[in-house]
Design a protein around this ligand. Structure first.
Ligand SMILES: Nc1nc2c(ncn2[C@@H]2O[C@H](COP(=O)(O)OP(=O)(O)OP(=O)(O)O)[C@@H](O)[C@H]2O)c(=O)[nH]1
Ligand SMILES: [Mg+2]
Length: 347
């Protein structure tokens, strides 16, 4: 899962990256040599997995990972706006608004959204034109379903809406998947605030704006959180108390990234290893198997499933089986958050 941090120049992107990723950053230059990238890896430390390892006496746990990329242009290339083309390859976008420097954070948000909308409009329009040219031969009155859907997107974008605000069906989403529309990607809004703003709970109205669009939101003072992380462990909690902070934003951020993508987790236990797998809510056992290994989906026989809660209450797989809590499920079973799954397959 790849997530990009984007935003206007000098809005605090790298500061937020540093606060969230900590010291394990790698500075890289992209193949084109123009863009300096900071890449960091985050793990969703699911407590349930640790508990499983403890009960089952396992040696290794593997958490789901997020690759977080801080996009920054080389100094002389820096312009005011966002280069939208470089955002296409990402699964989700984190938009940083520099409330600590901005004269008008809401205006910044609006401007960036407009850039996203414009980029998507160009993609939609050029595809519609192409379809019209290619399919001139169609009998009159018969509309192409792809063109129809794209026209709906175009209309929404022209009204200043994000494509995700259209309530699209899974089939429609599938049809649009190849276009990599920016306004369809999960978007997380981060307000980088000053210490003073943090203390006053000020975020330039962004929290409400995000809420109005059902976008996940987080306010943090990146500079302060980085300073805290650089403190010796024993001084941290006192300093945080002094600053009125209960927790660092790091863990919350990771959770928000998962929620924004509508992910739940299922677990597998193989040998001495337990692993958590993220999957979009509403997927079947067959799709879950495929996300672990394509062979598991190809040769799928059935899934042995027990939910984490039931397992904890039983204390062992054997006891759970006695109680009838270990279920055999078919391909169509809808995976639930916390399911421990043993895929039976044959290739
Ligand atoms: N007071 C304050 N200053 C901050 C905060 N976050 C970032 N800064 C400062 O703002 C300046 C710009 O921050 P960066 O994180 O480099 O911004 P950026 O968006 O990565 O900039 P570019 O990559 O050049 O587009 C730096 O001098 C930071 O120290 C903050 O939360 N509070
Ligand atoms: Mg930067």
């Amino acid at each position: 899962m790849k997530i990009a941090i984007c935003g206007l120049s000098f809005c605090g992107k790298s500061a937020v990256f540093k606060a969230i990723v900590g010291k394990e950053t790698q500075a890289r230059t992209s193949a084109s040599g123009k863009i300096h990238l900071n890449i960091g890896t985050l793990e969703l430390k699911d407590q349930r997995l640790g508990k499983l390892a403890e009960i089952l006496n396992l040696e290794k746990v593997t958490y789901p990972k997020i690759s977080l990329v801080d996009l920054a242009r080389a100094g002389e290339k820096a312009s005011k706006g966002i280069e939208t083309a470089q955002l296409k390859e990402f699964d989700a976008l984190v938009l940083v608004i520099g409330v600590f420097v901005s004269g008008d954070p809401l205006e910044d948000l609006k401007n960036i959204e407009s850039e996203f909308i414009l980029a998507d409009l160009q993609v939609a329009q050029s595809r519609i034109e192409k379809i019209n040219k290619e399919r001139k031969a169609r009998p009159k009155g018969e509309e192409d379903p792809e063109a129809l859907l794209l026209k709906r997107c175009q209309a929404a974008l022209e009204e200043g809406k994000l494509i995700k605000e259209l309530k699209l069906t899974p089939e429609e989403l599938k049809m649009l998947a190849g276009f990599q529309f920016l306004t369809l990607k999960p978007l997380i809004i981060i307000a980088d605030v000053s210490e003073e703003q943090l203390n006053k709970g000020e975020n330039g109205g962004l929290e409400q704006a995000a809420k109005g669009k059902s976008l996940p939101f987080l306010a943090l003072c990146a500079k302060l959180e980085t300073e805290i992380e650089e403190l010796p462990e024993e001084e941290r909690s006192d300093f945080m108390k002094e600053m009125g902070l209960n927790a660092l934003s790091k863990d919350k951020f990771i959770q928000i990234c998962f929620q924004a993508q509508n992910f739940i987790s299922f677990f597998t236990v193989v040998g001495k290893q337990a692993r958590a797998w993220p999957i979009v809510k509403g997927k079947t056992a067959l799709e879950a198997a495929g996300s672990v290994h394509s062979d598991m989906a190809r040769g799928f026989i059935r899934a042995e499933v027990i939910n984490y809660q039931d397992f904890i209450q039983s204390g062992s797989f054997a006891k759970a089986k006695e109680k009838g809590l270990l279920r055999l499920e078919s391909k169509e079973y809808l995976v639930q958050d916390g399911d421990i799954i043993n895929f039976k397959f044959n290739v």
